[in-house]
Write a protein that binds this ligand. Structure first.
Ligand code: S3P
Length: 174
């Protein structure tokens, strides 16, 4: 069991959710996905929240959810790609957990990212993914306590994340 939260940050399409879900199951630790929780709380998809209320409302919901998470038992958390861009969110994540950047090369992200479920990119397409990647790159790296190089595929990423967490939290047995 963790003694603090673990926040996975990084670009949409970097592997935060796929790695997080699998590794949490392997290590028997609780897992949550912030986008999913916001969808459950608001009863709408992220796409509909953006369309009906605007991005600002979604960003406020993200910060409110992070505050709520600080009151809960430690878990492995996939954040939405924009969460780490807000210094207030970073302050909360640093105070209550460990921030791990899932760092995947841009060309790999572009090769398989699904745009339709991602309102910040849905209209503008892959060029916007590329622009945002460059815009956010330095911040992601600056806020991360640990950076996981997710350039060698899913299974390697799972192994690496497990290794980091086992070392950090002393989880040597299943
Ligand atoms: C966003 C990323 C999404 C979601 C929202 C905004 C972003 O999460 O929170 O569409 O600004 O990068 P994923 O990183 O899971 O795609």
């Amino acid at each position: 069991m963790f003694d603090r939260h673990v926040f996975l940050v990084g670009m949409p399409g970097s592997g935060k959710s796929s790695l997080g879900k699998k590794v949490a199951a392997n290590l028997h630790v609780p897992y949550q996905d912030m986008d999913k929780r916001i969808q459950d709380i608001m009863g709408k998809t992220v796409v509909d929240i953006f369309a009906e209320y605007g991005e600002k409302t979604f960003r406020t919901a993200e910060t409110n959810l992070l505050i709520q998470i600080t009151r809960e038992a430690p878990s492995l958390i996939s954040t939405g790609g924009g969460s780490a861009m807000n210094p207030e969110n970073v302050k909360i994540m640093k105070a209550y957990g460990l921030i791990i950047l899932i760092d995947r090369p841009l060309d790999q992200i572009l090769s398989d990212i699904k745009l339709d479920r991602r309102p910040t990119f849905a209209e503008k397409g892959l060029e916007e993914v590329e622009r945002v990647y460059h815009e956010r790159y330095a911040t992601y790296h600056a806020v991360a306590d640990i950076t996981l190089d997710n350039s060698e595929g899913y299974y390697h990423g799972v192994e690496e994340l497990e290794k980091i967490l086992r070392l950090r939290f002393g989880l040597y047995t299943l």
